[in-house]
Ligand binder design. Structure first.
Ligand SMILES: Cc1ncc(COP(=O)(O)O)c(C=O)c1O
Length: 380
């Protein structure tokens, strides 16, 4: 028998689509949620060296101190934000970080405010923690930023946490300067935890500079990762930053579920953090070049419009004028153009009418995908 809470967990619609795509030849995938770049060589070398030196044993449950210290220095350097090493917990990616926050801080029946559309894990973590996800809408005309009124309408005595993810998967939206204070004020007034998943914070374009909620609100829980900025998805290294009262219960779960992270992977991460950051800027520059190509190309397709994402490697295109639903559109593109795009409703009801296209794929492939999509739509 399976535990009741698992029955609520929703199978990923993205995986379904990639399974179907695997059976078709010559497919170009714009469905990908990870960098196409290889992990930079100096990071790989550091992990190899660790293996050769016999650094193959357990590390501290909370995570190797020098890595936490390097993260702490990074927050000071990038945001002038205080993130003491004792307030940092290293996790198996941001996935584990988010899961721990839900499991350690929420009780059965507590309500969690989650944007719609948004990445899939928050709603499922709510189900696993037996808390109740309450979705609030994000609108294209507001660049998918949160609206104060729409959040406040949903706050009540049971509300315990507000979740945000900016730069956002799937919309590529970012927060404006004033949004940080607006969100912090809501959380302060209603004594809510604020979970800010900052996984894409370094993948930003047009000179945009994000702020950090650590500078605005004490009950902030930052979840973050090395997966996307350093192209290290398979290394499984992420982290949480939170004050002691919130971090200690998370550590308690982590200690028995995961114990500690992979030691060579942490040595690689330490090098990623402390060596030159040129590799990150180079990758971001290339994402921006591809972003310019794909947004222009999508806007040229009949019935499709797309606003400019300021961050991540996703754009969220509006396809309502084609007369197809998101699901019909993505099936149509797979069958007629051999191009994978993700239907927006995979990210929540408010994603209906949109498709997510990833530009974490080669420039030439994006060009080809756009040509194929145009041809398919013109003969529709
Ligand atoms: C918004 C967001 N958060 C968290 C994750 C999980 O990343 P990881 O566990 O690889 O750090 C992802 C992965 O796609 C993501 O898009």
């Amino acid at each position: 028998m399976v535990a009741e809470r698992v029955k609520l967990v929703i199978p990923s619609k993205i995986r379904e689509l990639s399974e179907r795509a695997k059976k078709i030849e010559n497919v170009i995938s714009l469905g990908i949620g990870e960098p196409d770049f290889d992990t930079p060589v100096h990071i790989k070398e550091a992990a190899k060296k660790a293996l050769d030196q016999g650094l193959t044993h357990y590390t501290e449950n909370q995570g190797m101190f020098k890595v936490r210290k390097a993260i702490s220095d990074r927050y000071m350097r990038l945001f002038s934000a205080e993130a003491h090493p004792q307030n940092i917990l290293l996790t198996a990616g941001a996935y584990e970080a988010v899961y721990l926050a839900f499991m350690a801080l929420l009780n059965k029946g507590d309500e969690v405010l989650i944007p719609d559309p948004i990445f899939l894990c928050y709603e499922n973590d709510a189900y696993m923690s037996e808390s109740v996800p309450v979705r609030f809408p994000l609108h294209e005309e507001n660049n998918f930023r949160p609206s104060q009124d729409e959040i406040l309408e949903r706050v009540n005595q049971k509300t315990k946490m507000l979740v945000l993810n900016y730069p956002s998967n799937p919309t590529g939206g970012v927060l404006e300067k004033n949004d940080y204070k607006m969100i912090a004020d809501i959380c302060e007034d209603h004594n809510l935890y604020l979970l800010s998943d900052d996984t894409y914070e370094e993948i930003v374009f047009d000179g945009y500079q994000p702020d950090c909620f650590l500078n605005h609100y004490d009950k902030t829980i930052i979840t973050n990762s090395f997966s996307k900025n350093y192209a290290m998805t398979g290394w499984r290294v992420g982290f949480v930053v939170a004050e002691k009262e919130m971090l200690t219960p998370m550590l308690r779960i982590h200690q028995y579920a995961v114990s500690c992270l992979n030691t060579p992977a942490l040595e690689g991460t330490y090098t990623a953090l402390t060596d030159s950051q040129q590799c990150v800027s180079d990758m971001v520059k290339e994402y921006e070049r591809r972003r310019n190509l794909i947004v222009k190309g999508l806007n040229n397709l009949p019935g499709v419009s797309c606003i400019n994402p300021k961050g991540t490697f996703y754009c969220f295109a509006n396809i309502t004028e084609t007369g197809m639903t998101s699901r019909e559109f993505s099936d149509f593109m797979l069958d007629n153009a051999k191009v994978v795009v993700v239907p927006g409703d995979a990210f929540g009801d408010r994603g209906e009418g949109f498709i997510r296209c990833s530009f974490a794929t080669d420039y030439a492939k994006i060009e080809e995908a756009l040509i194929r999509m145009e041809k398919a739509l013109k003969s529709f």
